[in-house]
Design a protein around this ligand. Structure first.
Ligand code: CNA
Length: 367
């Protein structure tokens, strides 16, 4: 990237392949040239609207919010030597970043849509949040260049560590230790000072075969990932959708730079392609299902009626119990009175109880 990033960016240079250096121009190119080998390269910026902070955005990025972890350099949290000395900051952060708490963004769904339309050659991601998988993109279409939370190992003996224990440790913000040696356990995300997965190097030549490159939500500051857009052939359009200019993109005649958020950018490109509806439907399908269908919300009157019904039932139930109890008492007393009357030579009846239990007497008169 060294040469490119020093090139003066000039968007006014006329394109050589595109009809215009705009998303509409890219849409026309995709349709007219039957583009089928799109490479996508992304970073933390495609997940920020899901609620996962990126590293480097001022104020909202993780690095500017690590004060509570007491680090001299925020990057230490992902440094393997630092982790050996003090794994706690990483596990405090892992609790916030771990998969399972977030929904894919519409930018993730756009990548899935490229795949569904048969246009995607490979998706290169620096993210560890697994949101592209959750959006439905098959694992073999993704190069997780910085690993992911999907597996975990001891950093010393390399033994695998059980997933359920790992999830429990992360949920509690605890540090897990190997079950076979005293070593620390770490998710297989790539730290500074560690090698990238073989998958990255095995697929690294693909950008050179692409007919379109889309870069989104990355500062392109971490190597060797940052070198990927530079491997795209000259004359092949590269699109950058990002909050800021990065990596020298915009320096070639067929680069298209769209400054802004990824979600707005992909919506615009999808509409230009006539895929607007498809994209919204696909994204809608990533919504987590309701635990239970609740039906339409109830009005105040309906809620009030529910409460009245509940109280009525309660009163009926209580009254039912009292009536049964009253009958049992009456039968018992009747028997006692009959026995007493028999013993006193009186005739059978309950009339003699009226002075003791006037309400029973009244009740029997009413019947
Ligand atoms: P970064 O260095 O934090 O850069 C993010 C870039 O995205 C910046 O240029 C931002 O301006 C831009 N950006 C932020 N939000 C948006 C948005 N909504 N729309 C458009 N652009 C936006 O992150 P990188 O990915 O470039 O750095 C590589 C690191 C970040 C990798 O090692 C990742 O593992 C690591 N990371 C990943 C996640 C995740 O998995 N979601 C979160 C935080 C960090």
């Amino acid at each position: 990237m060294g040469n490119e990033s020093s090139t003066v960016v000039d968007d006014s240079t006329p394109p050589s392949v595109l009809e215009a250096r705009t998303l509409e121009g890219v849409a026309t190119y995709i349709k007219e040239r039957s583009v089928q080998r799109v490479v996508v390269m992304v970073g933390a910026g495609i997940s920020t609207s899901a609620g996962i902070p990126d590293f480097r955005s001022p104020d909202t990025g993780i690095y500017s919010n690590l004060a509570h972890l007491d680090l001299t350099d925020p990057e230490d949290v992902f440094d393997i030597s630092f982790f050996r000395e003090n794994p706690r900051p990483f596990y405090a952060l892992a609790r916030e970043l771990a998969p399972g708490q977030f929904r894919p963004t519409i930018a993730h769904s756009f990548i899935k849509l490229l795949y569904d339309k048969g246009l995607l050659m490979k998706h290169f991601s620096q993210n560890i949040d697994c949101l592209e998988r959750l959006a439905g993109l098959p694992g073999d279409m993704i190069v997780e260049a910085h690993g992911s939370f999907a597996t975990q190992h001891c950093i010393d003996c390399k033994a695998e560590y059980p997933e359920d224990r790992m999830k429990a440790a992360i949920a509690k913000g605890e540090v897990p230790y190997c079950l076979k040696c005293p070593g620390l356990v770490k998710p297989d995300i790539v730290f500074f000072g560690e090698a990238l997965p073989a998958d990255f190097f095995e697929n690294r030549d693909l950008p050179g075969q692409a007919d379109l490159c889309i870069v989104m939500g990355t500062s392109l500051t971490v190597q060797p990932f940052a070198s990927l857009p530079g491997l795209v052939g000259e004359g092949v359009p590269r699109v950058l959708i990002n909050m800021e200019r990065v990596g020298g993109l915009g320096s070639r005649p067929d680069d298209v730079v769209v400054l802004g958020d990824c979600d707005t950018g992909v919506r615009k490109l999808a509409r230009a392609l006539g895929w607007g509806q498809d994209l919204e439907e696909l994204w809608e399908s990533t919504k987590p299902e309701e635990v239970q269908e609740q039906g339409p919300p109830r009005t105040r009157e309906e809620k009030l009626q529910d409460e009245v019904d509940r109280l009525t039932e309660e009163v009926d139930r209580t009254l039912g119990i009292s009536t049964a109890y009253e009958q049992r008492v009456r039968q018992h007393l009747d028997r006692q009175a009959t026995d007493k009357a028999k013993a006193a030579g009186e005739t059978e009846g309950v009339g003699g109880l009226g002075h003791v239990f006037p309400h029973l007497a009244r009740a029997s008169e009413e019947r």
